[in-house]
Design a protein around this ligand. Structure first.
Ligand code: ADP
Length: 591
């Protein structure tokens, strides 16, 4: 894949991943928030229920007191004119003091106050008409009437009203009991959650936060505020809030300095017994924080995962790039190597060609040098012979012809030597016993050895089989013997030692002499290297190089060393054959 499409693909993938991650984080937030708020709503319902129960329980005794008073003979006595206002009022005052009730009043059938526990403080109360008050109206239908109000000082009171029945069950008057709400409320203050009871006009009448009582929330208004005769200017607004829809519910956002939680979940419950709505303002902040924490955690996890994945993808891409670059570099390198090889091959070919030409040049020089001499000698002898014949001196002319014949022989020898090169690879290899070839060679050379006064020491193994060309091997051995005899010409001690030995897998033939050794051993096998005087030479400096090539063609090696005691030692080493399959009888002497 190319780099550009891959980068584009990566970008699309990254964008998709980011969008999906954001969606996931948002979902986690919403779900967590919803579950948190649901839980909050459930706890709110419990708190509201408990608060309502508590308030009802607190009011219960006053409710029972109202019932009790409605049936008390003292009240009946008053309403039936058997007792006085003063006496009944005093009874009521006592009862109020004992029960902790704020006020107790007795009304006649028309709803006018006939006796009251506060007669002493407010005598003008007698005759006051309460017939229109909600509690009295309700009591007229034989229900427990309830009512609430506040005075100018903001002191709140809760009223119970009960009809006092005649024997025929018709109301002959009413008992009204007034409870001080502030006192009841006092023990609520330690509650953690804000709970307020709102009346039908939307006024928070009872609350566990003092600052929140007598504050109105018009959204909760079911009847006009005038229904309850709150003193003018007493009722204030609930701290203003803005609703916001969160996690499927509506949260109320209150200002920081209010006693409300800044983000509140309102849980409401109607309490018909006291004609109010209880409302708990649950703090939604922990649920929101928890949802945020969860969302942040999942965002962090997704980011980490994304990052890890990105690093993985990036490193894989880098590896692929690296591999591609390496492959490209390799291809380039291979191309360069191939080119360089071709150049080298050409250079080598050129060199071979050059050395061939050089060798050819040297050879031609050598050959022409070698042949020139006998040719010019022949020319001279021939011219002389011609002149001698012309002058009738035949015997002398005949001498010259003999000399010509000698020179021709010499030329023949030179050419014979050169043929060694040409003949080199024509003879096929066969199983050859070196011992036999050696003895034939020694026989061939024996005459010259003897005539030069050389002593020959030969140690030879009976059998030493190798793969070789019999004729060529003999040519090499004869050549080495002849060189050794040449080297001994001017020596006092003339000895040649020949030893043929067979090791496990090698056949070794050593020919050493007591001559002066090689003057320049490094050049011994170099073609045309010779120390012999050219005119007198019997070779061309080709003998050793041809021999070296012949032994090499048998898979063997021809080596030379100068002996410490003086003299040269040539060694022919050939791979030995253990079991000869064919054995040819060489006719060496005929060569
Ligand atoms: P040529 O005999 O025509 O000189 P060769 O290649 O046979 O050519 O020998 C090369 C040279 O190596 C000789 O000229 C001689 O200097 C040296 N050489 C060969 N054999 C011996 C030997 N046994 N002792 C000393 N020098 C030798």
């Amino acid at each position: 894949m190319g780099r550009a499409p891959r980068v584009k693909k990566l970008h699309i993938f990254a964008a998709t991943y980011v969008v999906l991650s954001l969606a996931l984080v948002a979902t986690v937030y919403q779900l967590s928030l919803k579950s948190g708020l649901d839980q909050l709503s459930r706890s709110g319902a419990v708190i509201v229920e408990q608060s309502a129960d508590r308030l009802i329980a607190q009011l219960e005794s006053y409710r029972e007191l109202t019932d009790l008073m409605a049936r008390h003979p003292q009240i009946s006595a008053l309403l039936e004119g058997r007792s006085t206002t003063e006496r009944t009022s005093e009874f009521m005052l006592r009862t109020a003091l004992i029960t902790g009730t704020k006020e107790i009043h007795a009304l006649d059938a028309n709803g006018k106050v006939q006796a009251s526990s506060i007669l002493e403080d407010q005598p003008q109360i007698i005759g006051t008409d309460w017939s229109g008050r909600a509690d009295v109206v309700a009591a007229r239908t034989r229900r427990m009437g309830v009512y609430h109000s506040a005075d100018e000082n903001g002191q709140r009171s809760y009223y119970f009203a009960r009809s006092v029945l005649r024997d025929d069950s018709s109301p002959q008057g009413y008992v009204v009991v007034k409870v001080n709400m502030d006192e009841l409320e006092a023990e609520w203050r330690i509650d953690e959650t804000v709970v307020t009871f709102f009346d039908p006009a939307g006024v928070g009448f009872v609350s566990n936060r003092l600052g929140l009582a007598l504050r109105r929330d018009e959204t909760l208004e079911r009847v006009p505020p005038a229904t309850f005769d709150y003193p003018a200017g007493l009722i204030q607004q609930l701290p203003s809030y803005t609703p916001s829809a969160v996690g499927g519910v509506t949260l109320l956002n209150f200002p920081k300095d209010s006693e409300m939680p800044s983000r509140a979940l309102a849980v409401s419950q109607d309490v018909p017994l006291i004609d109010m709505t209880a409302r708990a303002f649950m703090d939604a902040q922990p649920a929101i924080s928890q949802a945020r924490l969860l969302a942040s955690l999942s965002a962090a996890l997704l980011s980490l995962f994304g990052l890890g994945f990105a690093i993985f993808v990036q490193s894989r891409a880098r590896l692929a790039d690296q591999l591609r670059l390496e492959a490209e570099a390799n291809t380039k390198l291979e191309a360069r190597v191939a080119k360089r090889n071709a150049q080298l091959q050409k250079a080598q070919d050129d060199l071979v060609q050059a050395s061939k030409l050089t060798a050819l040049g040297q050879m031609s020089a050598g050959i022409s040098h070698e042949l020139n001499q006998p040719i010019s000698a022949i020319q001279n002898y021939a011219a002389n012979a011609k002149k001698l014949i012309e002058r009738g001196r035949e015997p002398e002319a005949s001498e010259n012809l003999t000399l010509i014949s000698e020179q021709t022989q010499r030329m023949g020898r030179i050419i014979h030597n050169l043929r060694g090169f040409a003949r080199k690879e024509t003879e096929p290899l066969e199983k050859v016993n070196v011992a036999e070839v050696l003895s034939a060679s020694l026989e061939f050379a024996s005459q010259r050895i003897k005539s030069e006064g050389v002593t020959l020491n030969a140690t030879t193994a009976p059998e030493a089989w190798v793969d070789a060309g019999q004729v060529r091997l003999q040519q090499v051995i004869v050549n080495l013997l002849s060189n050794a005899v040449d080297a001994l010409t001017d020596c006092a001690r003339k000895e040649i030692t020949v030893s043929l030995s067979k090791r496990r897998d090698q056949v070794q033939l050593v020919i050493s002499d007591t001559g002066p050794g090689l003057a320049d051993i490094e050049r011994a096998f170099e073609p045309f290297y010779t120390t012999k005087e050219i005119g007198a030479s019997k070779g061309l400096g080709l003998g050793l190089s041809i021999s070296y090539g012949i032994i090499g063609s048998f898979g063997g090696l021809l080596s030379v060393e100068n002996l410490a005691a003086g003299g040269a030692a040539f060694t022919i080493t050939l791979p030995a054959l253990s079991t000869p399959e064919a054995k040819n009888d060489p006719d060496i002497a005929s060569h």
